[in-house]
Ligand binder design. Structure first.
Ligand code: HEC
Ligand code: HEC
Ligand code: HEC
Ligand code: HEC
Ligand code: HEC
Ligand code: HEC
Ligand code: HEC
Length: 423
């Protein structure tokens, strides 16, 4: 009687163990990082499949930093079984960044190299974009770069020397290191150099531990950096018909739609990412924000990029989802007239200031006289604003913050130059 009872108990016990193991294996293959997407797991399920080390991270950080755990559980990573150490575990080459944290080896701030384990395409596209090494260079100069990196990321001039003589941008020196740390380096940190030699910070757009695609697609995410007197893309978007439509109809947008399959049903009006990053219609998504640009609109004189015309075709294929070719042509032709006009105005200002420099009326150091600031803002503020306003439909920026301000500055530059010549 007794032995029969124990046999049944043993069988039931063994059966349950085998059953649990089978379930766990199914979970790993069906729901794990490579599996299909199912959105049910909760903390208990994640803990159940965690290695003891991951379970420890979760248990302790649940109390230490519940905000991070809330974001993590809301996100897709936890739903797909990606755990703390999938990102925080050190890789080869990350020795400098490795710490021992409660007896486990860890990197506190994972880099694109950690993400490349799963997302190598996004990492590659991002790394060759202006958001990576190229955006770090102007705020630190060549000192953070090896020779190979300077060549690889096109940071050498035609003479083979590092751009700008290897120095950071002149305004970085004007404001000093401390101010730069909280301004230049905050925005340009999207491309900062990491201790494992990689460049950039995916979390500049994929904020928090939820890594949400909805959030990455909202204009406000780009607007963290793309705003203000010298690159007011956010303000321009807000006043454009596209931005107005978005603001008034947000609930119609399917911001969480999977990448690469977007239609105009998901995005009835474009956000920044629709035009610059997303896949829509036949166009593939990209993490290289430079890929669809015809012009270099940021420098004093706007120029057309080497592959500019092809890039423009890609951009127009996006517009064609919602507009007729005639509407697009008309828009682009008018906008390019404004780009030409800003170039003309900048050249006028430059020639006056260059003359003063040639005849020795300006000191050797730059940015030390009022006229140099007038000339700087003529392109860096007013010229860019008019260009961006024209191409992205922000009328106020074309005129009142743009061409009008340029015309006014030219009058001031001329008057100032006359005064300096008199003295
Ligand atoms: C027993 C509790 C405990 C465990 C287990 C634990 N942590 Fe922590 N962790 C903390 C505390 C407390 C801090 C804050 C330390 C501080 O303020 O300096 C912290 C800080 C961190 C930081 C920030 C470190 C930095 O230098 O900025 C990271 C990242 C981190 N933990 C990740 C993990 C991961 C991943 C695991 C699992 C491998 C883990 N933690 C396990 C308690 C724990
Ligand atoms: C998809 C990758 C990824 C996963 C998964 C992940 N982390 Fe992180 N975590 C990061 C990155 C990247 C940072 C660094 C952010 C930065 O630049 O400071 C970070 C930072 C942290 C920090 C420091 C945050 C701060 O602001 O001080 C803690 C603590 C942390 N992670 C804990 C965890 C825990 C616990 C888990 C598991 C529940 C986890 N992480 C899972 C990528 C990840
Ligand atoms: C953390 C700051 C930051 C965020 C967030 C950010 N950017 Fe940028 N972006 C920059 C910086 C800095 C540059 C200038 C890089 C350089 O030096 O050429 C830039 C440049 C660009 C360029 C011009 C590229 C070129 O080749 O000239 C485009 C287009 C762009 N960003 C689009 C976006 C979009 C779209 C988003 C949102 C999904 C976004 N950015 C989010 C900082 C940011
Ligand atoms: C609010 C965020 C922000 C701050 C602060 C900021 N930048 Fe930028 N910067 C950008 C963005 C965004 C662009 C891209 C402009 C564009 O293409 O429209 C840019 C472009 C540039 C460019 C032209 C691109 C290139 O690679 O030649 C230089 C140079 C530059 N910034 C230097 C600086 C310096 C130096 C500072 C500090 C004095 C600074 N920036 C502060 C966001 C910022
Ligand atoms: C300039 C902002 C920005 C930066 C920086 C950025 N991303 Fe993204 N990411 C996006 C946007 C926007 C999307 C959605 C694109 C779309 O609409 O198709 C996205 C989508 C993704 C996706 C697809 C998610 C899904 O659910 O299909 C992955 C994976 C990804 N990013 C990884 C990365 C990695 C890795 C990095 C760093 C190397 C990175 N991202 C840096 C903005 C950014
Ligand atoms: C309707 C599509 C569309 C939308 C929406 C849009 N842009 Fe643009 N953007 C363009 C076009 C077109 C250009 C000019 C490209 C070219 O020909 O060089 C441009 C240029 C830019 C540039 C200038 C790059 C340079 O050469 O300096 C930046 C930066 C930029 N956009 C960022 C943004 C940001 C940030 C947002 C959202 C706040 C946004 N864009 C919204 C279409 C768009
Ligand atoms: C997903 C759909 C969609 C895409 C893509 C799109 N637009 Fe639009 N566009 C709209 C909507 C919606 C409006 C506002 C309503 C209207 O004018 O019909 C609009 C309005 C406009 C206007 C009129 C603006 C005004 O102030 O009257 C112009 C010009 C324009 N878009 C140009 C472009 C260009 C250029 C591109 C590509 C770089 C583009 N659009 C991409 C949906 C789109």
């Amino acid at each position: 009687m007794h032995s029969k009872f124990y046999k049944i108990l043993l069988l039931v016990g063994l059966g349950s163990v085998v059953g649990v193991i089978l379930l766990l294996q199914m979970y790993r293959f069906a729901v794990g990082p490579q599996g299909v997407e199912i959105s049910f797991p909760t903390l208990s399920q994640v803990s159940l499949t965690s290695s003891p080390e991951n379970a420890q991270c979760i248990e302790c950080h649940q109390n230490e930093s519940p905000g991070i755990l809330d974001q993590y559980h809301d996100g897709k990573h936890s739903q797909r079984g990606v755990q703390c150490l999938d990102c925080h575990k050190p890789l080869e080459g990350q020795e400098k960044m490795t710490t021992v944290h409660y007896e486990v080896q860890m990197v506190a701030a994972p880099t694109p190299n950690n993400y490349a384990q799963c997302h190598d395409e996004a990492v590659h596209e991002f790394s060759i974009s202006a958001h990576a090494a190229k955006s770090w260079y102007p705020v630190v100069g060549a000192e953070d770069f090896t020779k190979e990196e300077l060549a690889k990321y096109h940071l050498l001039g035609e003479d083979g020397k590092p751009l700008n003589n290897g120095k950071p941008n002149v305004i970085r020196d004007v404001i000093g290191k401390d101010a730069s740390a909280l301004s230049c380096e905050a925005c340009h940190g999207i491309g900062k150099k990491n201790d494992d030699g990689s460049f950039g910070d995916c979390r500049a757009c994929h904020l928090g531990h939820d890594f949400s695609i909805e959030q990455a697609r909202q204009p406000e995410t780009c607007g963290q950096c793309h705003l203000g007197p010298d690159h007011p893309q956010m303000e321009i978007y807000n006043e454009s018909a596209h931005g107005t439509y978005y603001a008034a109809n947000k609930e119609k947008f399917n911001l969480g739609a999977p990448t690469g399959t977007l239609t105009t049903k998901d995005f009835p009006s474009p956000t920044c990412t629709t035009c610059h990053m997303s896949g829509i219609g036949d166009i593939e998504p990209t993490h290289n924000v430079s890929e669809r640009l015809k012009w270099n609109l940021a420098p004093p004189i706007a120029t057309i990029r080497a592959d500019g015309r092809q890039n423009r075709q890609t951009m127009e294929s996006i517009c064609l989802n919602c507009h007729a070719q005639g509407t697009i042509d008309e828009h682009m032709t008018q906008a390019e007239k404004i780009i030409d006009l800003t170039n003309e105005n900048v050249r006028k200002g430059q020639s006056i200031v260059n003359e003063l420099r040639t005849i020795g009326l300006l000191p050797g150091s730059t940015m030390s006289t009022p006229i140099e600031y007038l000339e700087f803002e003529l392109w860096h503020h007013e010229g860019r604003r008019a260009r961006f306003g024209a191409i992205m439909s922000g009328a106020d920026y074309v005129n009142w913050h743009g061409i009008y301000e340029q015309e006014k500055a030219l009058v001031e530059i001329k008057a100032e130059a006359e005064e300096m010549k008199k003295d």
